[in-house]
Design a protein around this ligand. Sequence first.
Ligand code: ATP
Length: 346
Amino acid sequence: MHPKLSTRGLAKRYGAVNALLPTDLDVLPGELLTLLGPSGSGKTTLLQMLAGLVEPTGGQLFIDGKDATDLPAGERGIGMVFQSYALFPHMTVAENVGYPLRMRRRKPAEIDADVASALAMVKMDAFGARYPRELSGGQQQRIALARCFVYRPGIILLDEPLGALDKNLREHMQGEIRSLHRELGATFIYVTHDQDEALSLSDRVCLMNDARIEQIGSPRDLYDRPVSRFAANFIGQSNLLDGRVDAGGFVWRDRKLAVADAGANSLPKASLMVRPEVVQVVPAEQGILQGTVRELVFQGSDIKLIASLPGGEEFSARVSCKTPHPQVGEAVGLSWDPQHAVVLSR
Ligand SMILES: Nc1ncnc2c1ncn2[C@@H]1O[C@H](COP(=O)(O)OP(=O)(O)OP(=O)(O)O)[C@@H](O)[C@H]1O
């Protein structure tokens, strides 16, 4: 499949600051890709260069295989939704949604029909005559979405569009964005710094760190096979043991811990990642590791058990609230299936 959008060496510098190092990225037609990363990692800069709002200092951008590096923003067939809804306060909802169509000099009858169907898609058909100030934050964000896709752009860029909403509304709107994405069939590129949002929304996640792409893959890939300590820590929770890889095994404090795939090479500096949910808490003598329960944190559906290892490191597991579990101060064993332990180079 040919990419809908590609960058080759696309880069941005502000004086001495690299906002984005030379970056190659391919986005497939109809996929929902999230750009995930900490503040300052370059997500917005990349998005704004795709939109044509920021001029690159190097590299190229291709849309549908054609060089679009110097194409004006208005000719890229790209729609954009920002965190600040930026609705026009003096226009009604229907006038706001119809604005991009009026700019494109479409016939009034066509505009009315398209506005009505865009409002129906975001379930706001009854609100056409209201003004933005008469709407809640979630309703305003729906109008901003409708105004973006009313003219059917092939690519829709969303920059933290749900950032201003509370948790429940955010989750609800995530579901709506997923179904809008399915209905529109457009390519979505979605910026967020919220890992849960990225994991639940995306076909693929592009994880960014320090002005470059750290890892790109399906949510499952990133969760199960992080390529670095940064990726392991940024997505989900992880236990990390620092050691080395030697003759196909992981060596931690002179002990060899079984791993499914340590690779053929030896690595003098490596970490072993074990997600808390694959750790079983067993009697001390049966554990791969031994520790002492330091803290039990109630988390609703389960309890996070934090154990201290003899060297003082923390190692956590999830235990059920429904069955008996060890108490603070008890000695425990920590065990896991070696298939679920991932070796990372440091
Ligand atoms: N106009 C500018 N002038 C100078 N430096 C800038 C400018 N815009 C961005 N930067 C710098 O480029 C880097 C990347 O910024 P960018 O806004 O792309 O990050 P981000 O990942 O979107 O962060 P956030 O999640 O906080 O929005 C940062 O170090 C930032 O300070």
